[in-house]
Design a binder for this molecule. Structure first.
Ligand SMILES: [Zn+2]
Length: 388
């Protein structure tokens, strides 16, 4: 919502709080200590580093407001410790905690969930645009955010150019598989990805505390048969499970599953804590934010009760049935010149078995650094200031 300028906003104060009556009849109540601690003036908040300068512990416990004057775009408050703060209406409305409002549109557009019909209009951008313009980059990132994946057409089928494409977003994440990797079916690492076996829909890195956020694939050489790639929108699959089998959905969003990576002789990777649910929801918003699912990497289930074991296998079967439903599976042939990037916290991937020679290159990128780039390239400085 925008705060209508013509409608006056009434302000009143008590010994400990500031009340703001909004034009829609709602009232926000802010504690003096909260407001003083969140003061954004140059003395209290570093303009450049965006870090708190005010010493929270020097704010008097009995801090009072001496005056609270509404102005056209915000409120000026004089405190009993001699300091004066100013807060924008829009910032106060967005960060109101008593009550919390849901009327502000998020700065980024909502996600678009999809099923097999995405085959008709897969999100695609051009390599030239991404590499040569900031607009191309931000459009690419928006597509990844909304759909969970995006193709890039016109990528030279070479390692260096593909790596440069990944680095448009952020630095490449090095793992025990290396940095910028290439897969041939030679079992270079002890993982079925390095074979020609079929792989069911899964997310990578369930064995990491912080699974990679994005994954990029580019098939730069292929001479053989089979090997189609599979994508499934995990957020859509989770929604379908919730709609059709709410109990199973509850089990998979609460029961924790251990995972490991131990195929290389010198590695035993397990996450901390050592088990996470398959479906992970943000406790603050109740929105799903992460799928962690690789049935092949699941470790020994020795921590479940007898009842939980039955409930888990029943729920897992229902989840699997949704993932392998033809209506949800998006099969696509990767080809030289066309890179694929996807959100590894949302989109499950897999492939059909293949014969012949194949060289797939790719990389992992960190979640936080990808999200940072997405926001920086799509939001104005004012919008960012409004968020923090
Ligand atoms: Zn201040």
């Amino acid at each position: 919502m925008t705060i209508p300028q013509s409608n006056p906003i009434a302000v009143s104060t008590t010994l400990t709080k500031v009340f703001i009556d909004w034009p829609d009849g709602q009232t926000s109540k802010f504690h003096n200590i909260w407001l003083r601690d969140h003061c954004k003036c140059d003395e209290c908040f570093h303009k450049v580093t965006k870090q708190r300068l005010v010493d929270t512990f020097k704010i008097p416990e009995d801090l009072e407001s001496e005056s609270a004057l509404p102005e056209s775009n915000g409120i000026k408050i004089k405190w009993s410790d001699g300091h004066t703060s100013f807060f924008r209406w829009t910032w106060l409305r967005r960060h109101s905690y008593d009550p919390q409002f849901v009327d502000f549109q998020p700065f980024l557009q909502k996600k678009i969930l999809w099923d097999a019909r995405i085959k008709e209009y897969p999100p695609t951008v051009k390599y030239e645009d991404v590499m040569k313009s900031e607009e191309g980059l931000s459009n690419w990132l928006l597509n990844i955010d909304q759909f969970g994946f995006c193709f890039v057409d016109g990528v030279p089928p070479k390692v260096e150019e593909t790596e440069e494409l990944a680095k448009r977003i952020c630095f490449i994440r090095e793992t025990h598989y290396g940095r910028f990797w290439d897969f041939t079916s030679n079992l270079e690492h002890g993982d079925t990805a390095y074979t020609s076996l079929a792989l069911k829909a899964h997310t990578d890195n369930t064995y990491f505390t912080d699974p990679s956020g994005l994954q990029m694939f580019h098939l730069i050489e292929f001479d053989g048969t089979g090997g189609s790639s599979l994508l499934v929108d995990g957020f859509w699959a989770a929604r379908r499970l919730k709609m059709t089998f709410p109990e199973a959905h509850k089990i998979l969003s609460t029961i924790r599953i251990p995972a490991h990576s131990a195929g290389d002789p010198d590695t035993l990777i397990e996450p901390t804590p050592n088990a996470y649910p398959i479906l992970n929801y943000n406790p603050l918003t109740n929105e799903i934010y992460q799928i962690r699912y690789n049935n092949d990497d699941r470790s020994t289930l020795s921590h479940l009760s007898s009842n939980e074991v039955e409930a888990f296998y029943d729920a897992l079967r229902k989840w699997n049935n949704i993932l392998i439903d033809k209506e949800n599976e998006y099969w696509v042939k990767l080809e030289p010149g066309r890179a694929l990037i996807f959100n590894n916290w949302r989109v499950l991937h897999g492939r059909a078995g293949f014969t012949g020679h194949s060289k797939l290159v790719g990389a992992y990128l960190n979640w936080d650094d990808y999200r940072s780039k997405l926001k920086i390239s799509n939001l104005t400085r004012e919008e960012i200031d409004e968020m923090i």
